[in-house]
Ligand binder design. Structure first.
Ligand SMILES: [Mn+2]
Length: 157
C-alpha cells in the first residue's frame, strides 16, 4: 500500500485535499466495525461517485460513473484508482480548476464496513452506511485484460 501515486498527481500548495502525512499501517488489531467506508460525489469533468474502503492503512478507491446501487438489480462499473490517505474520508471541498480532479467533492454516504472475504479479484463486504446498507460485492471482471475494471453490486440476501 502506498500513497506515492496519490501524492504525485497533486500539488498540495494548490489543492485543499489532505496530503496524507500518516504512514500507511496495517489494519491488524483494528476492530472490524472500525473500518471506514465512504462514498464521495465528485462533480469533476465527468460526474462520478468515489467509493473508498479502508484497507491496511489507506483508502482503497474506485470511481463509479453512475449512482451507487441500492438494490440487487443494479450493477455498476467501478474503476480502480490510486489509494487515498485515510484523512481523505472526511474531505469535502473544491479542487481548483486546472488541477487533478478539478470540481466539487461532497460526502454522499459514509459509515463503516466489514470484510467478509478480500481476494485478489473479488471482495465481499457488508456496508453500514446511511444510503447503502447490506452485503456488497466488487468483482474484477477482466482480470487479465483490464484489471482496473470491477463490477460493484449489491448481493441478494
Ligand atoms: Mn474522483
Amino acid at each position: 500500500m502506498s500513497l506515492e501515486k496519490y501524492k504525485k498527481k497533486r500539488n498540495f500548495t494548490k489543492t485543499s485535499e489532505p496530503e496524507g502525512t500518516e504512514v500507511p499501517k496495517p489494519s491488524g488489531g483494528k476492530l472490524i466495525g472500525e473500518l471506514l467506508y465512504v462514498i464521495q460525489k465528485h462533480d469533476a469533468s465527468r460526474l462520478h461517485w468515489d467509493l473508498r474502503l479502508e484497507f491496511e492503512g489507506v483508502l482503497k478507491s474506485w470511481a463509479v460513473p453512475k449512482e451507487p446501487p441500492t438494490t440487487p438489480h443494479e450493477k455498476r462499473l467501478a474503476v480502480e484508482v490510486e489509494d487515498h490517505p485515510l484523512e481523505y474520508g472526511s474531505f469535502e471541498g473544491e479542487i481548483p480548476e486546472g488541477h487533478y480532479g478539478a470540481g466539487t467533492v461532497v460526502i454522499w454516504d459514509s459509515g463503516h464496513y466489514e470484510i467478509i472475504e478480500w481476494e485478489k479479484n473479488s471482495i465481499l463486504f457488508d456496508i453500514h452506511g446511511k444510503r447503502l446498507e447490506g452485503r456488497y460485492c466488487l468483482i474484477r471482471f477482466q482480470p487479465d485484460k483490464d484489471p482496473k475494471n470491477w463490477l460493484f453490486f449489491k448481493k441478494k440476501m
